[in-house]
Ligand binder design. Sequence first.
Ligand SMILES: [Zn+2]
Ligand SMILES: [Zn+2]
Length: 238
Amino acid sequence: MIGCECDVCTSPDKKDNRLRSSILVQSPETTLIVDTGPDFRYQMLRENVKHLDAVLYTHPHKDHLAGLDDIRAYNFFTRKPMDIYADSLTEEALRRDFYYAFSDTKYPGIPELDLHTITLEPFMVKDIPVTPVLVWHLKMPVMGFRFGKFTYITDANRIDESEREKIRGSEILVLNALRKAQHISHFNLAEAIDLVGELGVPEAYFTHISHQLGLHAEVEAELPPGCHLAFDRLTLNV
Ligand SMILES: [Zn+2]
Ligand SMILES: [Zn+2]
């Protein structure tokens, strides 16, 4: 956190220094990103991501949208608009926050987007199958995504039984766990661990972690078998 001097924010362990939550999903043919937070540009530079086919959005909060403008680098190389997948709530925010990308008079250098409105219907991003999973962030609907045996869920504090069914059978689940203390719109660590057990997913990684959770090494050592803390640059093969 900006200006914070706590043990986590000043930790020499790289796993304690986190940027905003996002994942990159890659198949031999396709590369997609889930969310473009304010760190999107730096994350793409750091990982040297030269090609991107699509962006999927979970929900309209700024820490998941703010970096969209830098999509224009990919527009520049491919000379075509970026495929964007978002539900109607997020679409509304995109049209408002990035109004200039949707205006009739386009000046050079603005991000070019090809917006696809998604519902809970499964869809394909080239060869990657995507099943949206509806989760709740207090009262806001958030899209989780299942890609084959891998499911990514962020910014949730409640999941209806019908949607839990879509997650079951995943081999790996990434799930948000903000901190140990209760939070109004995020699972805390105990809730996230319970949910992993309830869903029967053998391997889980907790994400969207606040500095209030504690040091990575200490918390990781306390977790039950199969549960881990995610960290920036973590790579999983599914
Ligand atoms: Zn949020
Ligand atoms: Zn968030």
